[in-house]
Design a protein around this ligand. Structure first.
Ligand SMILES: Cc1ncc(C[n+]2csc(CCOP(=O)(O)OP(=O)(O)O)c2C)c(N)n1
Ligand SMILES: [Mg+2]
Length: 412
């Protein structure tokens, strides 16, 4: 059943024939080609067939030009994500990580491509499947693993765990355990960016990532209505990995065109296994949304290799062949590796060396994360909850908390 769908997820990729492309044709994907070598370290790649649009007169470009450094940095981030999630799996099974733990391997191109297209001033909020977004948005393997170990060196000081990363300095607003909750909160971020924008200037945008399982929720319709009514710079980004826990898309949704779900709101479907397509697609989306045209729906066609969470082996509602087929034909890391080689940016030996260096780095950061102490009652328990002073002073509330006694409230 999935095989035919998987084929269609390739978004009808078709090779652009050229002298370079014949040699460089990506057999894994059967179609990416190097169209033109403009210099030894800059290549234009063909993205034909990577996008489908809804209610739009324009579309993302069918090419993207990248330098060697750019593509290598995307590969390094994606490989770090993959190693980090595999490490989480091992540490969970060794009982060093407890509680909920949802892994992102398979979906790495999505967070990497969004990160590459967006600015740090753009706000980003996502679901509980958030380790790799936290990493992309200013985190480190040490801060992610530290959090999962429940240690004070974790990104949220060991008090949040797997589902609750947060990094205000990098405009990353989590990590939400309640399915879909990030969408109305993301709308608030879009409202803020709209409110703070200077007239005539391009706005910072807000993106809320959520799953195919969340996409039919009522609160999302309400958020979409407000975003459209007020022309907010909001991106509704559905990471369609085809399952909501153990329920396949065919069983939980009456339709499968998530990018059309905003009805009159424009939409784009993007090949979410191709980091180049994600980057170019999201650059287009950011330009459109940030220019005051109102919100946009984005559907990322992707796949998760692990089960829903660590308590789900992930093989009772889908078969091993489906996972193996995706790994062998659509793996986002194999794709980017092959692209690096085809473009002449790196050879297999250099890629192996890079992978080795990253594996070593991940291992040493995990070691450091483990060595971090557990949070203690004093001062950690009361820190960052309601007051900035460790909770010792009376009537000390942060500015955004309106207290029942207005005289004592510092909200203004
Ligand atoms: C409001 C709410 N309902 C149910 C759950 C239980 N739950 C957690 S994840 C999930 C499935 C969500 O699937 P999807 O949106 O496709 O995201 P994915 O896990 O595939 O990334 C459900 C039903 C929850 N956490 N919150
Ligand atoms: Mg899903």
């Amino acid at each position: 059943m999935f095989a035919s769908r998987a084929a269609s997820l390739l978004l009808r990729r078709s090779a652009v024939p050229s002298a370079a492309s014949n040699a460089a044709c990506n057999s894994l994907r059967g179609g990416l080609s190097v169209r033109q070598m403009s210099s030894s370290d800059e290549v234009t790649f063909d993205l034909t067939g990577s996008f489908e649009t809804h209610n739009l007169e324009t579309a993302p470009s069918d090419t993207i030009t990248m330098t060697k450094d750019e593509l290598l940095s995307h590969f390094e981030l994606m490989y770090t994500m993959r190693r980090m999630e595999i490490t989480c799996d091992n540490e969970y099974k060794a009982r060093n990580i407890r509680g909920f733990c949802h892994l992102y391997d398979g979906q790495e191109a999505v967070a990497t491509g969004i990160n590459a297209a967006f600015d740090l001033e753009d706000s980003w909020i996502t679901s509980y499947r958030c380790h790799c977004t936290a990493l992309a948005r200013g985190g480190t393997v040490e801060s992610v693993l530290g959090e999962l170990f429940g240690n004070a060196g974790g990104q949220t000081k060991g008090k949040g765990g797997s589902m609750h990363f947060y990094n205000k300095a990098h405009n990353f607003f989590g990590g939400q355990g309640i399915v879909g909750a990030q969408v109305p909160v993301g709308l608030g971020l879009a409202f803020t960016n709209h409110y703070n924008a200077k007239p005539g200037e391009t706005m910072n945008v807000a993106i809320a990532c959520y799953g195919d399982g969340a996409a039919n929720q009522g609160q999302i319709w309400e958020a979409a209505n407000m975003a459209s009514l007020w022309k907010l710079p909001m991106v509704f980004c559905i990471e369609n990995n085809h399952y909501g826990m153990g329920t396949s898309m065919e069983r939980h949704s009456s339709h499968s065109d998530y990018y059309k779900m905003g009805n009159h709101i424009p939409g784009v479907r993007i090949d979410g296994m191709n980091v180049l397509a994600v980057k170019e697609g999201m650059r287009f989306v950011k330009d459109f949304v940030g220019s005051g045209n109102g919100p946009m729906y984005v559907e990322m066609m992707t796949y998760r290799y692990h089960g829903h969470s660590m308590s789900d082996p992930g093989t009772t509602y889908r078969n091993r062949e489906e996972i193996a087929l995706t790994r062998s034909t659509r793996d986002p890391l194999e794709f980017v590796k092959k692209t690096l080689i085809d473009a002449g940016f790196a050879d297999a030996e250099q890629i192996k060396e890079t992978e080795k260096r990253i594996r070593k780095d991940v291992a040493s950061q995990v070691k450091a994360a483990k060595a971090s102490p557990k949070p203690t009652v004093e001062p950690h328990l009361f820190e960052y909850v309601f007051t900035s002073d460790g909770g010792k002073e009376q009537n000390e509330f942060p500015p955004h908390i309106r207290m029942p006694d207005f005289a004592k409230s510092k909200w203004y």
